[in-house]
Design a protein. Structure first.
Length: 233
């Protein structure tokens, strides 16, 4: 895989990580609530680690199978399939009216916070949203159009990713995404806790559910288009 082919999935992973971190449903709002309850900014910071770990576990449950699937499925069909899954998830979120998993109480232990974060990430399709980027990162070296006789997108001409490379790439994807999410989540949580306050959020609230679903739909559409382009190349 050449440098441009590597850069776009890495950039997508970082951007989506920041986007997930800024989404209050992914955890920073919960961390801020814990901080206000315990009257400590350190409590906000302490909650971020378990939340990020839970998010990482949820997306790893998607990243690892996708990485392994790249061993037997060419890049083009994988992108089309991932796009269809994303569009389907976006439609499902709209059909269910953006329902969120419920969590009882604010007194949670760290392992419960990890479980809550993983549940929220899975319910929102956070891992599914990363499939196109993970697929692009783990697709392995594809033969050039000249080398493959102009049939780059056909399964019998495409070289599959090696197992070791696929798993390492999937782990890299999870790590980069989680790191970007943790930074964005930490900045958002601390800014709200120390300067903005929850009351200000009520006056200028962004409907992140709509933004989230819209992003899933657009990502899915682009994924399908990239996959079709690869198949037709």
């Amino acid at each position: 895989m050449n440098l441009p082919d590597t850069l776009w999935p890495l950039a997508a992973l970082l951007v989506l990580g920041a986007f997930h971190g800024l989404n209050p449903a992914m955890g920073w709002l919960f961390a801020v609530a814990i901080g206000f309850q315990e009257r400590s900014g350190r409590s906000v910071v302490a909650a971020l680690g378990p939340i990020a770990l839970g998010h990482a576990l949820a997306i790893a449950c998607v990243a690892m199978p996708v990485g392994l699937l790249q061993i037997v499925v060419p890049h083009g069909p994988m992108m089309v399939l991932s796009g269809i899954v994303l569009i389907g998830c976006a439609g499902w979120k709209v059909a269910t009216r953006f329902r969120h998993p419920r969590w009882v109480g604010m007194r949670v232990k760290r392992r419960e916070l990890v479980a809550w974060s993983a549940l929220m990430a899975a319910a929102h399709g956070a891992g599914v949203m990363l499939i196109p980027a993970i697929s692009g990162l783990t697709s392995g070296d594809q033969p050039s159009a000249a080398a493959s006789g102009g049939h780059l997108g056909h399964a019998h001409h495409a070289r599959m990713a090696e197992p070791g490379v696929s798993l390492l790439s999937a782990m890299l994807a999870v790590s980069l995404h989680t790191a970007a999410m943790l930074v964005a989540m930490g900045v958002a949580g601390l800014v709200v806790y120390y300067w903005i306050g929850v009351d200000m959020l009520r006056k200028a609230w962004i409907n992140f559910d709509l933004v989230w679903v819209g992003t899933m739909g657009l990502t899915g559409t682009f994924s399908v288009m990239i996959g079709i382009w690869a198949l037709a190349a």
